[in-house]
Design a protein around this ligand. Structure first.
Ligand code: GLU
Ligand code: MG
Length: 437
């Protein structure tokens, strides 16, 4: 049978899910100007597909305004129709950005960063996930044989990322059974988050085309390493020149990068509900899981809240160009817009208040005395989503950054997700999250 070309116009919602509506490809240009209608309550669809509670009920109307630069096409050589989707922001009917739209929220933070401090954010998301098509083998962590046993999936993923201008850099078998990681080059501004959304969907699309599933759920089982999303960031001036490195300052961080990072560390326990937003995310954010469990800064330490990444000098590498920090307490249950938005708004807060960079830790903060941690401003990240949402609600900065309506809607959404899981045993929760992410 003949087939029409359809393109899905999508948003990445509060649950980090990509949802939207299919339109005729031939109508796309018109849709970019006029948008595609959506009910505000669609944002209250939980990860599990149910709406439990909503501030907006059946009322209201928004428009998904597709952003031209986010169009993705994954071609399957005629085996099945090409997958096409495009991402967008949510706008009011008169074109004004909707105050509760995650993508517009990130855009507002980035605009403030440039307007107030002449700075731009350069960022890259590193994604870990499980691929069901990989044949597990005892001891397959990082092994060349794991790469063989996954077949042609990784090669197809990298190709699909390349043709969609996502600039893949690395694909590797990770530590866990059937666990892989894909990294891509950093991008400035909102493009970094657009890339993260597209990358996850491209990986999922390629896995589906192989009759398999790629799962980005934060944990696949208890006591196992999780699937992290590590967000690397650095700053540029408004001419695109890197301004993160300053050899003369502590941790070689420029004053701007130090203040930005201090803001992130300071607010991390309050905003982690945005970056690690599932009920099982906190199983990953435990000590000794190579993730993050404190709001600490540390040099080349893969259990730091924010890791100062290494500065190799071999081969004539320019430290000013490559120097970056890595935020480690994120996972793929988070919308990349909300996760990056949290870093930008917290970083801005650090710049506005001229916060000082704390001393980096050298070792496990869990082994320091409580008194030493208190002096160093170190706090254990919340141990559950419930606790993280309480911290999020308590900190008045979150409301300043998001506005009350948006903050309250997010809280309602996430507490609804917890209600759906209230009587479900932990193993089954892990299984359900694996199904939806
Ligand atoms: N899987 C670890 C996490 O949950 C990260 C391992 C690594 O450093 O790549 O974040
Ligand atoms: Mg990794």
């Amino acid at each position: 049978m003949q087939q029409a070309d359809i393109i899905m116009t999508c948003i990445c919602d509060y649950a980090g899910q990509v949802r939207g509506k299919g339109v005729l490809l031939s109508d796309l240009e018109k849709r970019k100007r006029r948008g595609v209608g959506l009910a505000p309550t669609n944002l209250m669809i939980t990860a599990f597909g149910q709406i439990v509670e909503t501030p907006w009920g059946p009322r209201g109307e928004l428009l998904i305004m597709p952003a031209a630069e986010t169009e993705v096409r994954v071609a399957f050589d005629g085996e099945r129709p090409d997958e096409r989707f495009i991402l967008g922001s949510l706008h009011e009917l008169d074109g004004a950005p909707w105050s509760c739209c995650p993508r517009s929220w990130l855009a507002r933070g980035l605009e403030a960063l440039e307007a107030e401090f002449g700075l731009r954010l350069n960022a890259a998301f590193e994604h870990e996930f499980h691929y069901s098509g990989a044949e597990p083998r005892l001891g397959d962590a990082y092994s060349l044989d794991s790469m063989r046993l996954q077949g042609s999936f990784a090669q197809s993923v990298v190709h699909a990322l390349q043709v969609n201008d996502i600039e893949p850099e690395m694909v590797l078998p990770e530590y866990g059974p059937q666990q892989f990681e894909v990294t891509c080059a950093p991008a400035v501004g909102i493009k970094a988050a657009d890339r993260a959304v597209a990358l996850r969907e491209i990986v999922r699309a390629v896995a589906r085309a192989h009759g398999r599933k790629a799962t980005f759920s934060p944990v696949m089982g208890f006591g196992l390493v999780g699937n992290g999303v590590h967000i690397h960031y650095s700053l540029q001036d408004s001419h695109g020149r890197p301004v993160t490195y300053d050899a003369a300052r502590p941790c070689a961080m420029s004053e701007a990068a130090a203040r930005f990072t201090a803001g992130i560390l300071d607010a991390m326990p309050s905003f982690v509900a945005l970056t690690a937003p599932s009920a099982i995310s906190y199983e990953r954010l435990q000590p000794n899981r190579w993730s993050a469990s404190y709001n600490n800064l540390a040099d080349k330490d893969r259990e730091a809240g924010v890791r100062i990444c290494p500065l190799p000098s071999v081969g004539g590498a320019d430290p000013a160009k490559g120097f970056n920090m890595e935020y480690r307490a994120a996972d793929a249950a988070a919308s990349p817009y909300l996760a990056l938005g949290a870093l930008v708004w917290a970083g801005l807060d650090g710049l506005r208040r001229g916060l000082e960079l704390p001393e980096p830790t050298s070792g496990d903060p869990g082994e320091m005395s409580e008194e030493a941690r208190r002096k160093a401003g170190l706090r254990r990240l919340p141990a559950s989503l419930e606790a993280a949402l309480d911290e999020f609600e308590k900190d008045p900065r979150i409301e300043q950054w998001m506005g009350r309506e948006f903050r309250d809607a997010y809280l309602m959404h996430k507490r609804s997700e917890l209600r759906l899981l209230a009587d479900i045993d932990p193993e089954e929760q892990v299984r359900r999250y694996a199904e939806v992410y």
